[in-house]
Design a protein. Structure first.
Lengths: 147, 158
């Protein structure tokens, strides 16, 4: 990754033009050719540095349900439960964290009502309680990473 | 907010990414059988109404060296929530700051923020500085670093 890639990443986390030739607009701003910008984006996607290039949706405004969930899983069961939890298509991220509640994942469903039923299914399949902690108020959301 | 049918098709069509071609919105338009201008108008209006938070790059922060990913949780008295939430949310290293419900007795924390850094020590010293600068010494907090990561993908919409 060189300095042009870094500039692309830093700038394009802040938005992308919505016009008939958006790549050209960005490329001009960066002082490179449109084809080079496209090629660099393709490469960063191929190398898995980007999750994707496109829209970041607001789940609730799209009519979906979203929640952060945690579970407390003893080590011997951790792998089994991870597989069971990740098998749900509604589970978006799943991280181990160093706390009594040691498994944390995001649940994203097509409707808010679905959250409760997926939680119940997860509890039934795994045999462990799920702590459900939906967002109540947003103080800040930036999620940009300088590189 | 209820999306109409064409918006819903559009949401689903571009969720995996925009085409990497000169006229990406024209390409999407061709695929769903509407005009480029209509795609542009609909995406713009979804962005204005906040259905689309933003267009652009969504990075895999782990692959970019942000491997020290801390969730810092705080047990904030209700009357200080607004003040503390605003203070923490305004810090440059904080990528998210949300109020969430406590789950007593097991989980007393009601304010969550994420700090993504490249080194654990730096994340910890940043938190320490933040506590001092913002006068948060009397608010119990815990730092939960992430360990193994098992799944990272965005939500999917039909």
């Amino acid at each position: 990754m060189d300095s042009i890639d870094r500039t692309i990443i830093n700038q394009l986390q802040g938005g992308f033009p919505i016009c008939d030739h958006p790549y050209r607009v960005v490329a001009e701003r960066l002082g490179i050719e449109e084809s080079e910008l496209i090629q660099r984006l393709e490469q960063m996607l191929e190398q898995n540095q980007l999750t994707r290039f496109g829209p970041m949706y607001h789940a609730e405004r799209l009519g979906g349900g979203l929640s952060l969930c945690a579970m407390s899983i003893p080590e011997p069961d951790y792998e089994r439960v991870t597989e069971q939890v990740n098998a749900f298509p509604e589970v978006a991220h799943n991280y181990a964290r160093d706390h009594e509640l040691n498994m944390w994942f995001v649940l994203a469903t097509e409707s808010p009502e679905r959250i409760a039923s997926v939680l119940e299914e997860i509890e039934q399949v795994t045999g462990y309680r799920v702590y459900d902690m939906p967002k109540q108020h947003e103080f800040f959301v930036g999620l940009k990473f300088e590189v | 907010m209820v999306l109409n049918e064409i918006d819903a098709i559009l949401v689903s069509k571009i969720q995996g990414g925009l085409p990497l071609v000169s006229h990406p919105y024209a390409e999407v338009a061709r695929q769903i059988g509407i005009s480029e201008q209509e795609v542009i108008n609909r995406i713009s209006s979804m962005q204005e109404s906040g259905i689309i938070k933003r267009m652009g790059i969504i990075v895999r922060h782990h692959e970019l060296g942000y491997t020290a990913n801390a969730m810092v949780v705080w047990d904030v008295p209700e009357e200080r929530l607004e003040e503390v939430g605003e203070k923490i949310g305004s810090k440059s290293c904080v990528t998210l700051c949300y109020q969430r419900p406590r789950r007593l007795p097991d989980w007393p924390y009601n304010l969550f923020c994420m700090i993504h850094g490249q080194q654990r020590e730096r994340v910890l010293s940043f938190i320490e500085t933040m506590v001092k600068e913002e006068g948060l010494e009397d608010i119990p907090h815990k730092v939960l670093f992430s360990g193994r990561r098992f799944k990272q993908r965005g939500a999917r919409y039909q």
